[in-house]
Design a protein around this ligand. Structure first.
Ligand SMILES: NC(=O)c1ccc[n+]([C@@H]2O[C@H](COP(=O)([O-])OP(=O)(O)OC[C@H]3O[C@@H](n4cnc5c(N)ncnc54)[C@H](O)[C@@H]3O)[C@@H](O)[C@H]2O)c1
Length: 365
């Protein structure tokens, strides 16, 4: 297949992970970058041997096929729509958008233009979550009855160079970290039908503690502790907590409990998780060997989309999947605000699993 050229918009903290994660895949090549801060794009381009452009110039280039949107969450919708309007396939960092309306507009625009819309997280393409899915599909734990998903920490103000964005509308623990856990759950257990939640904003402002920003005050616009229940279309029930208010805990990040066995899954924010299964009536957790490679990283979803564009198959890390996750997150917030269960407006098919035995740097047989 042909190599598709990729441009990046947004050259901040996460951009180097895309340079590294896309590099093993010959089907894509990052060639250019842009940022609203021109000097940032220029420095990034010099470091990684790319062409530095303005956003407008990058979108006008004939030699770019896919544009990856690595801007801050509240800019995602506007930038993704600009990419589609320019006639390029778009792939966005999570979340797809901040509101359902913006998410739906992006999908509608991409479909009308015959372009692909992809959206992170792509961590479910990693060996950890692919192995867990294969275990469920192969019947190793029986039909899933319940799951727990827990992200609890005390916020990114101790390490992130721009921590204020995590407390703005469109972020918070649910919108920032929730996509990893919710996307993993939908990949493993299928679509969600209804949700309920309670939520709170525990501190009206946060103080940055990283060396560079020490003492900077960060206003909080979002709930910082969200505890929810997801009712899947299958009837299974998941308990989900996302929090920036917790100093420490001993809870597992992700577990699926089936009719016959329980499965403990690694961190859904990464590609290399290890899974353990405890069969009903036994006492020991047994490690499951990886069925799929753990040697891939962020950007694998862009490569998967490049294969899909050329073969015509659906892409796995899709806007439709991200929209369902956005719908879940919006519904959790609405449930907490309104004190009632909320039926979801969307549904989605589980993404296809990757083939077993792929060669390094390939995603299709
Ligand atoms: N930092 C992480 O560890 C991490 C991990 C996974 C995903 N993400 C996601 O990646 C995205 C970016 O996060 P980050 O940590 O790199 O943020 P960041 O603030 O470090 O970088 C964002 C960059 O986008 C640029 N930008 C903002 N609005 C723009 C616009 N309208 N047009 C062009 N450029 C614009 C900013 O100038 C900045 O350079 C977010 O969606 C975040 O959720 C971040």
């Amino acid at each position: 297949m042909q190599t598709l050229n990729v441009g990046l918009i947004g050259t901040g903290n996460i951009a180097p992970a895309y340079i590294e994660g896309c590099a093993p895949f010959d089907i894509i090549k990052i060639t250019a970058c842009a940022d609203i801060l021109a000097e940032r794009a220029e420095a990034f381009a010099a470091e990684h041997r790319l062409i530095a452009c303005s956003v407008g110039d990058l979108l006008a280039r004939d030699d770019i096929d896919i544009v990856v949107n690595l801007t801050i969450p509240k800019a995602h919708a506007e930038v993704s729509l600009q990419i589609i309007k320019a006639g390029k396939h778009a792939y966005s960092e999570k979340s797809l958008a901040v509101t359902r309306e913006d998410g739906a507009e992006i999908l509608k625009a991409a479909k009308a233009a015959g372009l692909r819309m992809g959206c992170a997280p792509d961590t479910f393409l990693g060996g950890g979550l692919q192995t867990a899915r294969k275990a469920i599909d192969d019947g190793l734990i029986g039909a899933p009855v319940a799951a727990t998903a827990v992200f609890m920490a005390h916020g990114p103000e101790s390490w992130h160079p721009n921590p204020g964005i995590f407390y703005q509308k469109g972020a918070g623990p649910l919108f920032d970290m929730g996509p990893y856990y919710l996307t993993a759950l939908v990949h493993l257990m299928g679509p969600v039908a209804r949700v309920s939640a309670s939520a709170r904003m525990s501190f009206p402002e946060r103080i940055a503690t990283s060396e560079a920003l020490k003492g900077q005050r960060l206003p909080v616009e979002v709930n910082t502790h969200v505890a929810g229940t997801l009712e899947f279309a299958s009837g299974a029930i998941a308990s989900v907590i996302t929090s920036f208010d917790i100093w420490g805990h001993h809870l597992p990040m992700l577990e699926i409990h089936g009719e016959d066995a329980s499965m403990n899954i690694g961190d859904p924010n990464f590609f290399h998780g290890t899974n353990h299964i405890l069969k009903g009536g036994t006492r020991d957790w047994v490690q499951l060997p990886h069925s799929h490679t753990i040697n891939i990283g962020r950007g694998a979803g862009v490569a998967d989309m490049a294969y899909a564009i050329q073969s015509g198959r659906p892409h796995r890390v899709s806007g439709d999947l991200a929209f369902h996750v956005l719908d879940i997150m919006c519904a959790l917030e609405e449930s907490a605000a309104q004190g009632r269960r909320i039926a979801l407006q969307s549904t989605v098919e589980q993404p296809a699993t990757l083939p077993v035995g792929l060669a390094a740097g390939e995603l299709d047989m």
